[in-house]
Design a protein around this ligand. Sequence first.
Ligand code: MD6
Ligand code: FE
Length: 211
Amino acid sequence: MVQGFKLQGFGLHPGHLDAGAQAALTAAVRDCLRAAPLFRPVMPRTGKPFSVRMSNAGPLGWVSDRDGYRYQPHHPETGRPWPPIPQIALDVWQAVSGYPHPPEACLINWYAPDARMGLHRDTDEAARDAPVVSISLGDTAIFRIGPRDRSGGTKSVRLTSGDVAVLAGDARESRHGIDRILPGTSTLLDAPGRINLTLRRVRIPGLSETY
Ligand code: MD6
Ligand code: FE
């Protein structure tokens, strides 16, 4: 599983959420998606659609359109504010982040069985000292992660339902993505696929919180 190198700051908490907590969080995410429906982002400039569909919870949400990547307080299609971050997700942040302020954004990624996410770095947050905390629900994903520069290899990690991953330190600056989903590996969701939640602090605490 780990191919040859260690990335400082990467933490995996296998099965952090038990079956009951996974079901409760899934129900809370469904409520979020009723208030803030999934949308399909497109790549800046090219307009190429992502295979992953997205929504957000929290004061800020991550969006991507022809104008670029950014955080904004409202849904790009409904214009409404994002719903609050589910309490179970806030509890996960509290338990594993080691960060003394709450997250501001919870990106909700929906992967159909054929969806993937190319290697990327998360660089749109001002508060890059805060970790990113990722929660996986549903089918297992093959997550690939490597150092920020392209030297050195990458390693593959299976993220299964209930797993929590923390990207702090060097791993916060890593390149990472989802190679593929393994459909049929979980019965949590009604349909094959995967939900991933990433919790982030966006703004530097104490600075003006008008973003
Ligand atoms: C995913 N995750 O697991 C995609 N980013 O579906 C990410 O892009 C990610 O898991 C930053 C930190 C943790 C992550
Ligand atoms: Fe990411």
